[in-house]
Design a protein around this ligand. Structure first.
Ligand SMILES: Nc1ncnc2c1ncn2[C@@H]1O[C@H](COP(=O)(O)OP(=O)(O)OP(=O)(O)O)[C@@H](O)[C@H]1O
Ligand SMILES: [Mg+2]
Length: 266
């Protein structure tokens, strides 16, 4: 199977706000596995797309979920008219052909699934396919990146120590205001004044984190609000439906958020 469909041909816009590009590049040069840690909507997926483009590698993304099995990653036999045929899973394709494999929300996967990446992410760099009776050595260009949101994992849903300790980590958080404003402008088409208001709203909402909100409004939410305003909705309506209503169902927290937002309104 060709990985052409997984090649990123035009530059995904990514605004750096630390040394994340240099760290990822250094990790990739050594083919070390990387864990991107940070809250929802702060740019982890966009970053890995951007890095795959920079490094000229195809990117295979797999969204982890609790029903995911090792076969969903590695592959399985399927019954076809000519008999049972082995099909490589997305991880195996990346390993054989030298792609970057991005396992999104790794904590969602059960620990017995997560261990399939262990021999790949230590000095062995191999993927054993027990069912296929094969041990695949990783292509020289293969690299594994995972994402992890430290905010909402519970004690039962944490990575095994032996998984964690295989990875380098890059911490992601929301960018500083001027940078976030530039991102909101670029991604939503909002003008600079509107972007500044939305970023101020984002910051106020993040202050409510731990006071009723699990997480404040993400950069993604601010971009949604900007797009609605660009589309013609009044700012208050746009903010209500893109930030206040999605983020909490609790009436008291909504009221507190509303008050914080009103304080930012032009
Ligand atoms: N530094 C950045 N440069 C460019 N765009 C950004 C940046 N940070 C966030 N964005 C914008 O925010 C949106 C959300 O980011 P992204 O999807 O990468 O978040 P995420 O961290 O992967 O979230 P989740 O954990 O929910 O998957 C992107 O589509 C992009 O428009
Ligand atoms: Mg993501």
């Amino acid at each position: 199977m060709s990985l052409d469909a997984y090649r990123i041909t035009s530059e995904p816009y990514y605004q750096p706000h630390g040394d994340e590009i240099e760290i990822f590049r250094a990790a990739y040069d050594e083919r070390l596995p990387v864990m991107l840690k940070g809250p929802t909507g702060c740019g982890k997926t966009r970053f890995v797309e951007h890095m795959a483009w920079r490094l000229g590698r195809p990117l295979i993304t797999v969204a982890a979920h609790e029903d995911m099995t090792a076969a969903d990653l590695a592959g399985r036999y399927l019954l076809e008219p000519e008999g049972t045929v082995w099909h490589d899973g997305p991880l195996t394709q990346a390993v054989r052909q030298g792609a970057i494999c991005y396992l999104d929300e790794i904590v969602e996967a059960r620990q017995d699934t997560t261990v399939v990446i262990h021999p790949l992410t230590d000095a062995r760099r191999v993927l054993p396919l027990e069912k296929h009776n094969e041990i695949v050595s990783a292509h020289a260009d293969f690299q594994l990146t995972i994402s992890y949101n430290p905010g909402y994992q519970s004690a039962v849903k944490d990575l095994k120590e032996s998984t964690k300790q295989r990875f380098l980590a890059i911490d992601f958080s929301y960018p500083p205001p001027q940078v976030e404003s530039a991102i909101v402008t670029r991604e939503s088409g909002a003008d600079a004044a509107l972007a500044d208001v939305l970023v101020a709203i984002g910051q106020r909402s993040r202050n409510l984190q731990g006071h009723g909100l699990d997480e404040g409004a993400s950069t993604r939410m601010l971009i949604h609000a900007g797009r609605l305003v660009r589309g013609g909705l009044p700012l208050a309506t746009a903010v209500q439906s893109s930030i206040v209503l999605p983020i909490t169902d609790n009436p008291d927290v909504r009221a507190a958020l509303r008050a914080a937002i009103d304080a930012c309104m032009p």
